[in-house]
Design a protein. Structure first.
Length: 127
């Protein structure tokens, strides 16, 4: 994933826009897109800062954190629950989420699925 452009470049682009140059002229001069120049000017007026928002990371499983105690209780009572069953139980309570968000929440709380160790191949039965 590419990194955000520097705040220094953003400041120079917005300064050039405030001097009266058009977005197309500024974009050509600094090697950015006209849309980026326009967005950065709007961001400065809206937020007062040109710094980029954080990129990447998990944004969905944190929303489940308020329901973590209920999920962990269900897993403690029924340890063999699947992620799909947990998702179904959450949807009955009106909570929409994904299987991966549930898995990340459980992993964050130290609950992961561990398969059993591999068994020796049976000589009398196909495994």
């Amino acid at each position: 994933m590419p990194a955000a452009l520097s705040v220094d470049l953003r400041c120079r682009v917005v300064a050039a826009l405030e001097q009266g140059l058009s977005c197309s002229q500024v974009a050509e001069r600094f090697g950015v897109s006209p849309a980026s120049a326009s967005r950065w000017r709007a961001r400065l007026s809206r937020h007062g800062s040109l710094a980029a928002d954080p990129m990447g990371g998990d944004r969905r499983s944190a929303d489940l954190e308020e329901h973590a105690s209920a999920l962990l209780d269900q897993v403690a009572r029924t340890p063999d629950l699947t992620l799909a069953e947990l998702k179904r139980r959450l949807s009955r309570r009106g909570i929409k989420t994904s299987l991966s968000a549930i898995a990340r929440l459980l992993a964050r709380h130290g609950l992961t699925y561990k398969k059993r160790r591999r068994m020796r191949q049976s000589s009398s039965f196909r495994t």
